[in-house]
Design a protein around this ligand. Structure first.
Ligand code: NAD
Length: 247
């Protein structure tokens, strides 16, 4: 499949988990992929893994999405080097779970800064180039948690914020050929999920109507659809990819 031939796709948090699965998928479909992550070693390893499997043009940048100067330099570098920016995948996110009274200031700000403000930094930087070329796809990562989840006040606030941000980006981008959508994954097998303790994970898995967790490839499939040219009349939505747990 070559549906992304000639397209430039930028992905944050691309060194592992969902980010790596999406980078691999876009590369397999012919895109030039710009991978960004705060973890330099994991980023190099990820790019190596993709390059071994696919003959794709890749660019890697160590970027902390909480730092707007780094994000601006990343996006400017992509457009200068690759000539355009078609797709932004706002994927970087972290969890620091606790009951509300035990969430420290640090835990609150860290989660909001990466999972919400980081996405804003990237969308703001991407909007100019996308507007100029009259084409853009922004896909941001919410979570099934966005409707509320015990022990995740900070994460839920960030992920609900992503939904509000996405709907507003959709309004502002619509007349410029830019769509903005969110994906709300359920329980997906990644290092983030592995960090959840066993009994809590098992309890949640039992609540999934399909009775099993999702794979990173399930999410990559949804992202490849929403970020594609063919999804041009879809904007401002939250796509649940969760085995039915949100029903
Ligand atoms: P992960 O922890 O496996 O990977 C996240 C990546 O983001 C890592 O490579 C990490 O180094 C990078 N990152 C962290 N902070 C960063 C920063 N400041 N700047 C740049 N990169 C940074 O997570 P994942 O499971 O692949 O999740 C990806 C996204 O999907 C996140 O936004 C997460 O909230 C969301 N999500 C995941 C699940 C799930 O079950 N895995 C469910 C719902 C939502």
């Amino acid at each position: 499949m070559n549906r992304y031939h000639g397209r430039v796709v930028a992905i944050t948090g691309a060194a592992q988990g969902l980010g790596l699965a999406m980078a691999t998928r876009f590369a397999a479909e012919g895109a030039t992929v710009a991978l960004a992550d705060v973890n330099a070693q994991a980023l190099t390893d990820a790019a190596g893994t993709i390059a071994d499997a696919h003959d794709a043009k890749l660019r890697t940048d160590v970027v902390n999405v909480t730092d707007s100067a780094q994000v601006n330099a990343w996006i400017t570098g992509i457009t200068a080097d690759l000539g355009r920016l078609d797709v932004l995948i706002n994927n970087a996110g972290i969890i620091r779970d606790n009951r509300v009274e035990d969430i420290t200031d640090d835990d609150w700000h860290a989660v909001i800064d990466v999972s919400l403000t980081g996405g804003f930094h990237c969308a703001r930087a991407a909007f100019g180039p996308m507007k100029r070329q009259g084409y853009g796809r922004i896909v941001s990562f919410s979570s099934m948690s966005w409707r509320g989840n015990f022990g995740q006040t900070n994460y839920v606030a960030a992920k609900a914020g992503i939904v509000g941000m996405t709907r507003t980006l959709a309004l502002e981008g619509a007349r410029h050929g830019i769509t903005a959508n969110a994906i709300a994954p359920g329980l997906i097998d990644t290092p983030m999920l592995a960090s959840m303790n066993g009994p809590a994970r098992d309890k949640l898995t039992n609540k999934i109507p399909m009775r099993h967790t999702g794979t990173p490839e399930d999410i990559a499939e949804a992202a490849a659809f929403l970020a594609g040219e063919a999804a041009g009349y879809i904007t401002g939505i939250v796509l649940d990819v969760d085995g039915g747990i949100s029903i």
